[in-house]
Design a protein around this ligand. Structure first.
Ligand code: GDP
Length: 406
């Protein structure tokens, strides 16, 4: 961290720009509940390190506002989302939050997890439409990358160089775990010559990037003179900042322990599994997602994209399983892993307040996705006219309906 920049970070509670009462509140369109967004560090302290007081919980709600300092900066903003968890990892109302004066690039990371034959133009259009729906219109360009595999990272670096006109800082922003640190590492791998090594912590456990990390921006040009003993920070240089991630309280992965995350987070591209579902049937993704096909005129074809293998049963049996989970009895559905000791009890499976009616266009294929944030999604197809579904998740959080399938 360049010494003169250390105090610029404004994400701590003491320096949060607004109080909790002034925070802009967003409402989840499915559950009708307010979306709570935390600074990654606070969330981890709260849920994984046993610091729990109600007063303190209340004070965390406005932490996403630390990003509003970007309104006053001349900067290029690179917003990173996880393509596997979209729109769960999109910061909602971004135009309001960071302003629309600065050029903003949307980067969809972890493309290596999608099936190989995806149509990239279609995904870009789809990202644009869905981002706009969630209050993010100021999109200068969209990149589909894999930071881990270094896919399209050089092209992204080139685009950033071109639009920053040589004098603006660059800020990477995004939810925890979308791959911001991995992206910086990938920039370094792709652009720094001569075997010079610098690693930014990247971890499967959300909550490890806790500071604002600045790296000199000349890595985007040809003039970066590297120094084997460490970075050199000349007065007046410009930087790329890795901001601490923001935890969206609706992301299901944040309920999980490290052990459970390993069961859920895909390591390689997902192989879709397709099922013919009849009315009265229910499909589980571990104990983290459940879709009931309550009523409809025909079977629906459900294609599931998840590391977790789906379990299909009757709705009646599914209710029994959820009741057992709610009273803390062991079930065969994992995660949550029964034997893990937790600070707070694992939230019970709850049906989203709103039932959902999917309408097919008679005689043609219908296509909608039900997304469980970070866990996967089910894409609906078939020639049904109408299908009523109920969707369940722990505490009813992390559920999204996408208009068009990837
Ligand atoms: P940050 O919290 O946004 O800084 O996220 P990290 O860089 O720490 O990455 C979070 C997790 O996502 C780690 O397990 C990374 O290995 C993984 N990850 C990051 N980029 C990619 C990618 O392009 N593909 C895949 N499959 N995993 C990635």
């Amino acid at each position: 961290i360049p010494p003169d920049k250390v105090n610029e970070k404004s994400y701590s509670r003491e320096s949060a720009p607004m109080s909790g009462n002034q925070s802009k509140k967003k409402t989840d369109h499915i559950t009708g509940e307010e979306e709570r967004i935390f600074c990654q560090r606070c969330y981890n302290l709260l849920y994984h390190n046993k610091v729990v007081t109600e007063e303190w919980q209340e004070s965390l709600t406005s932490d996403r506002l630390f990003l509003s300092f970007l309104k006053k900066k001349d900067a290029v903003v690179v917003t990173v989302v996880d393509i596997f968890d979209f729109p769960g990892t999109l910061l909602k109302g971004l135009d309001d939050l960071i302003g629309v004066e600065n050029p903003t690039i949307l980067v969809a990371n972890k493309m290596d997890l999608l099936p190989k034959d995806v149509n990239e133009t279609r995904i870009k259009n789809w990202l644009k439409v869905n981002s706009e729906k969630h209050g993010f219109r100021n999109i200068h360009d969209i990149f589909l990358i894999s930071a881990k595999k270094n896919w399209r990272v050089q092209e992204l670096a080139q685009a950033i160089s071109t639009i920053r006109s040589g004098f603006d800082d660059v800020y990477l922003i995004g939810c925890a775990n979308v791959g911001k640190s991995e992206l910086i590492n990938s920039f370094l791998r792709s652009t720094v010559v001569g075997g010079w090594k610098y690693e930014v912590t990247s971890s499967p456990i959300p909550g490890t990037t806790v500071g604002m990390l600045g790296l000199p921006l000349k890595i985007f040009g040809s003039t970066f003179g590297h120094n084997p003993k460490g970075f050199h920070f000349p007065q007046g240089s410009r930087y790329i900042y890795d901001t601490p991630g923001i935890v969206n309280g609706k992301q299901l992965i944040h309920l999980l322990t490290e052990e459970e995350l390993k069961m859920v987070v895909p390591q390689k591209n997902i192989k879709p599994r397709t099922y013919n579902m009849f009315p009265g049937k229910s499909l589980f993704l571990g104990g983290l997602g459940r879709i009931d096909y309550v009523d409809g005129d025909k079977p629906v074809r459900m294609t599931v994209f998840s590391r977790l293998k789906p379990h299909i049963t009757s709705i009646r049996r599914a209710d029994e399983i959820c009741q057992s989970m709610a009273v803390g009895d062991k079930t065969f559905l994992e995660p949550p892993t029964f034997s893990i000791k937790r600070t707070l009890p694992f939230p019970p499976m709850i049906k989203s307040k709103r039932g959902y009616v999917l309408k097919g266009v008679p005689g043609t294929m219908s296509s909608k996705d039900v997304v469980f944030s970070g866990i996967g999604w089910a894409s609906f197809g078939g020639t049904f006219n109408q299908a009523s579904i109920d969707i369940w998740s722990p505490n009813g959080i992390g559920i999204y309906i996408r208009d068009k399938s990837l």
